[in-house]
Design a protein around this ligand. Structure first.
Ligand code: CO8
Length: 258
């Protein structure tokens, strides 16, 4: 298959995709997202590939969805999903691990694309952000959902509401990225990590990915329900009766662990 907006190569058992629209800082248009999905899906099906890396250039992983392409879309254009939604989730259907190697800007859809990968290795020149608010829109590919899970509600609100950028050291402190390295080492670090992963049993790697994703992607409502049921069940214990009675009688509780 010939691609126009990405470069695709194989390094040992690692599939590497380089986003390649340098003139617009790898802005993510419909063609690029389709090609990226096609390349990753092909690697996923290839038994000689054990893991994948997605990267950009030194200046930009991706500076977001292509604003020039989106500028004149109507509500129905985007709602029907023919333009900027239909091919954005393909990467989440890939069952082998995908590592994002981020140098430079990962903004808007670029930050969201990096977060769709299983983990992010970045250079100390990386900058992350969700600047959509400055354009009169909000993130549309998971930014408002994955960021709070990855870096806390406080920082997610800060980034989504102010549109400011977060540098690599803040991103590492916040837990958005797994490793920060020098720019010239970034891609190799990601390829090395992918090579290690690709040396393991693919079923166990796929199941490890699936299991961690499950914890990460489970809805808050299910966690809340679980907590509520545990809370309810403690009203069946003797110690709850004793603890509350002791408080009201202004004495120390005598717990029996029952
Ligand atoms: N779209 C289109 N073109 C872009 C984009 C973009 N996102 N970002 C940069 N470019 C272009 C510039 O227009 C410029 O083109 P030209 O040379 O023809 O003028 C070229 O790339 C270089 O950019 P700059 O001259 O601006 O470079 P600077 O180094 O001065 O600035 C920045 C770099 C800070 C990254 C700046 O380019 C910028 O702010 N870019 C826009 C960032 C942004 O707002 N991103 C969010 C876009 S909206 C989005 O991502 C929504 C995602 C929703 C996905 C939903 C799917 C379901």
């Amino acid at each position: 298959m010939t691609y126009e907006t990405i470069l695709v190569e194989t390094i040992g058992r690692v599939g590497l995709v380089t986003l390649n629209r340098p003139q617009v800082l790898n802005a993510l248009n419909d063609q690029l997202m389709t090609e990226l999905g096609t390349a990753l899906t092909a690697f996923d099906a290839d038994e000689n590939i054990g893991a994948m890396v997605v990267t950009g250039s030194d200046k930009a992983f991706a500076a977001g969805a292509d604003i020039a392409a989106m500028a004149n879309y109507s509500y129905m254009d985007v709602y029907k999903g023919e333009y900027i939604t239909r091919n954005w989730e393909t990467i989440r259907q890939v069952r082998k691990p995908v590592i994002a190697a981020v140098r430079g800007f990962a903004l808007g859809g670029g930050c969201e694309l990096a977060m769709m990968c299983d983990f992010i290795i970045c250079s100390d020149t990386a900058k992350f952000g969700q600047p959509e608010i400055k354009l009169g829109i909000i993130p549309g590919a998971g930014g408002t959902q994955r960021l709070p899970r990855a870096i806390s509600k406080a920082k997610a609100m800060d980034l989504c509401l102010t549109g400011r950028m977060m540098d690599a050291s803040e991103a590492e402190r916040a837990g958005l990225v797994s490793r920060v390295v020098a720019p010239e080492q970034c891609l190799q670090e990601a390829i090395d990590a992918a090579t290690v992963i690709a040396s393991y049993s693919i079923p166990s790697v796929m199941m490890a990915k699936e299991s961690v994703s499950r914890a990460y992607e489970g809805p808050l409502s299910e966690g809340m329900l679980f907590e509520r049921r545990m809370f309810h069940s403690l009203f069946g214990t003797e110690d709850q009766k004793e603890g509350m009675k002791a408080f009201l009688e202004k004495r120390k509780p005598d717990f029996k662990n029952k």
